[in-house]
Design a protein around this ligand. Structure first.
Ligand code: MN
Length: 289
């Protein structure tokens, strides 16, 4: 007997300012929802007014997590201490494993069309927090698409039917899907029992659990546990992220861009920054192994 996932909680975005003064809507990492193991933060950034985003995110550190940036429109240039550099634009995904430590900058570009995108933070288990940083950048035309019965799904990570996602070898075994449904179309998708899951609806409306109640954008939909989800779009269609992952069930100690297991490890990160020894190196990996 397969169990259908239902809506556990509906959450409205919290407007915040982050980086050097970027206005964005925060869905996870708020007083309402601190985290949804293994997901530590979800932001929907962007605006049609460049003054809301152009200050960007100048150079800053990360340790112990992965940051995942997915663009809907506009451009963001980035550069990090591992030598990765480039510009991501509509439909591109950047899956960055910060691991033991890197510094990077994420700077939006002023475009006529404005800016819109998402950043998700995925936690790393204790054994991988100090791992070598890793970087996967996948351009829009390399992200596989699943299409059936009025559903169009960009498979960023995980699998839908026989379509395999573009991003692989992530510890949390994530599903990261960008789902577009035509008016009244339905989409049924298996999600591993025990994995935490959410949808973020950013266009249109949808019924996420056959209750007859439609969630309207923008809303974060937290799902109960179960084997699958069945979603039906409203009369104007729907577009949403559908994300799930394996919970780590480990202690979380977080301070800004560092997420570790203990406070001592946070103090170490701050000390490393002050000493100029923050960034991961081969030597450190050998010493700490
Ligand atoms: Mn960052």
């Amino acid at each position: 007997m397969k169990t259908q996932r239902k809506i556990a909680k509906l959450i409205s975005p919290t407007p915040v300012s982050d980086g050097a003064g970027v206005k964005l809507n925060r869905l996870i990492a708020t007083p309402t929802l601190d985290y949804l193991d293994p997901f530590l933060l979800l932001d929907h950034f962007g605006s049609d007014n460049k003054d809301d985003y152009i200050a960007g995110f100048p150079e800053h550190p990360h340790r112990g997590i992965e940051t995942v940036t997915y663009m809907l429109k506009g451009k963001v240039t980035h550069r990090d201490t591992m030598g990765n550099e480039g510009t991501i634009s509509a439909g591109d995904i950047q899956w960055m494993t910060a691991g033991g430590g890197l510094m990077h900058e994420e700077m939006p570009v002023a475009e006529e069309e404005g800016l819109s995108g998402f950043q998700l933070w995925v936690n790393l288990p204790k054994k991988l927090k100090m791992t070598k940083p890793r970087y996967q950048e996948i351009k829009a035309d390399k992200i596989p698409v699943y299409e059936k019965d009025g559903a169009k799904v960009k498979v960023i990570a995980g699998e839908v039917g026989d379509v395999q996602g573009a991003v692989t070898e992530i510890y949390a075994e994530p599903n990261y899907l960008d789902v577009t449904l035509e008016p009244n179309a339905e989409f049924t998708h298996p999600i591993a029992l025990g994995h935490n899951a959410f949808a973020y609806i950013f266009d249109g409306s949808a019924d996420f659990d056959e209750s007859g109640n439609f969630a309207h954008n923008p809303r974060l939909v937290i799902l109960t546990d179960g084997d699958f989800v069945k979603i039906k779009a409203g009369e104007n269609g729907a577009r949403f992220l559908l994300v799930s992952g394996k919970p780590l069930n480990e202690p979380i100690a977080r301070y800004g861009p560092f997420v570790m297991n203990t406070r001592a490890e946070l103090y170490q990160a701050i000390e490393d920054l002050q000493n100029g020894t923050f960034v991961w190196t081969e030597e450190k990996e050998v010493v700490t192994a």
